[in-house]
Design a protein around this ligand. Sequence first.
Ligand code: ADP
Ligand code: MG
Length: 733
Amino acid sequence: MAELDQDLRSVVGGRTAERLQKAFGMRTVSDALRHYPRRYIPRGQLTDLASLRIDEEVTVMARVKTVNSRWTNPRGGAARGRRTNVVEVVVTDGTGELTVTFFNQAFRQGQLRPGRRGLFAGKVGSFRGRRQLSHPGFVLLPEADEPSDPEAAATFSNTVIPVYPSTSGMPSWRIQAAMALVLPYAETVADPIPAEVRSRHALLELSTALHDVHRPADMAAAEAARDRLRWQEAFLLQGVLLRRRSAARALTAVPRLEKPEGLVAALDAALPFELTPGQSLVAEEIRADLAQGHPMMRLLQGEVGSGKTVVALRAMLSVVDAGAQAALLAPTEVLAGQHYRGILDLLGPMAAAGTLQGADGATGVVLLTGSQTAAERRQALTDIASGQAGIVVGTHALISEGVDFHDLGLVVIDEQHRFGVEQRALLLDKARTDTRPHLLVMTATPIPRTVAMTVFGDLDVSTLRELPAGRSPIATHVVPAAERPDYLSRTWLRVREEVEAGHQVYVVCPRIEEGEQSEARPPGYPPAAVVELVGYLASGPLAGVRLGLLHGRLRPAAKDAVMAAFADPTSSAEPVEVLVATTVIEVGVDVPNATTMVIVDAERFGVSALHQLRGRVGRGSAPGLCLLVTTAAQGSPARERLQAVAATTDGFELSLVDLRVRREGDVLGANQSGRSNSLRLLSVLEDEEIIARARDEFAAVLETDPTLRRQPALMAALTATEAADDVDYLEKT
Ligand code: ADP
Ligand code: MG
């Protein structure tokens, strides 16, 4: 590997190395070798010019069609300023054309003679409706009678010309030339993929693949090289995850078994419903995990409203039954508060340890959030440290320093996608040092199988697909407010009707307050900020309805009060029938009597956010209704997205829509260069089969050689992949 760590400066020279570093962050031979061509041009083949988009950085192979040179008329009359010479070259692919211009470089006319072919690189601009390249870099295919230009000769020596991601300072052919100097270092590189695995999957050797990806003899060779390198990415990534998984399983944890007549039994007795078959199954899986002497590491993935909370609560209570503590981490104060109140309600006297109401075997439940008073916080911390609090519900505040548990047995993370791995790790570290707590993470953002395999590759996965019986479906409609103002008035009428029928309604919009420059809205269209929206509704379409306002900048006590008044208006002094809110209610909030959700400026939200928001209604027995109010024009991508959300309530299906909309790089986390560091060729959406096979193969390698003692090259490559850091990055979706 040492060869590959070689400083690029000593291989390609200082100036080139400096440019490569500046443009692409490359420092070593290995960095350069992993700068793969974006595509290839078979020699002689011209690029389809019709496919070029404005503002794109391109490298095209084209033929010169015409060349003209002219002088501009100087502005402000002949006396002022100098005249500019413009060389205007039209290049063609046989059908399409592109204009190439040079200013004050009259000599270009002599170089770019009609009929000559070459590579042109630059940013596609537009001039008078025609696409053009202004001052592109270029290199011409040598002609037989021409004195040889070394750059041109080197560029066109291949039968297939690689096209690299490039910049104006570093066009593709310069990178190609630098690569010629780098490639010899790849000849002796050790292969991290074991020979048997290679032969089973017909994979090239690494040295061959590196050579062929940069200097393929033909297109087939380039493809084979890319396949092999793609496979390696999958193999190493799964390797990192599988090793992490087995390392975690090698840790010890205290088995935590529920007591027969304990809190779990009390909860089951208190529940107003039966667990669904799916919930029971997952509860069994968790029970089995908790009985083990190594930590549970489980992801509970479930459709919005599938009832994950109660499953988690049962797990928490069994750990408390076993004499330890459980922590529940929620992403927002609203959600933490809701969980806290929900647990107290369900457990009643069983949650009142240490008070007069406390039953035998009761436990304490405490809430810890960043906005509590110093006294509240002190009390909570004391109860957590003494073990008085069996159940601790909190926000990020739980992770902070100074929070010490007596004996933390289980960590539950709700809405895991809102947290990063570091936070998960910090909380796990709060256990006694000789053991690990069990871990249950929950997510309501369903993800396709391979993404799960990649993003949560170190976790076991349980899935809740079904919703509890008796739920009515949620109907979703797009309200095209610009085209159909009458639909908008009907929307507010519907809201009134729901309220009159004794239900509650959410109205969600993207912002808290209008900024300085509030943009023009169509007539009659509601404001996009909650503060203005509440006023608009109160004095207009919803006059007389009891409105509440909720957003992230309210004081926590005010948030709690409005949530409570909305959750249970009949027993509130100031009931709230319609809650006008920002996305603070996006995740987790559970008010079964709320039946309707209106989302204003729905096009501003992503697919998964809309699905989450919609999941706030249809939680009780009355049918749910979700109205997506938008000005997005028919046929626009934004409108199509809303239509897709309206068409299905299947979160798994929508997650695919979502992934296609967002660039894959956003899913996996990407560094500044726009691409994840260790995943250059692999696509988690397209390469499902490769990922699954690579995972199986790596698992088999680990079986026979758990420490990878016999695989030094593999070990080294894994270390490098881990150091590239994106494996952690992967988890923040
Ligand atoms: P999510 O999985 O989205 O977190 P919740 O845990 O908030 O869903 O549950 C949604 C609603 O369904 C809650 O009101 C909860 O009490 C209720 N619920 C959970 N399990 C069942 C069940 N087996 N039968 C009926 N209702 C249930
Ligand atoms: Mg939830």
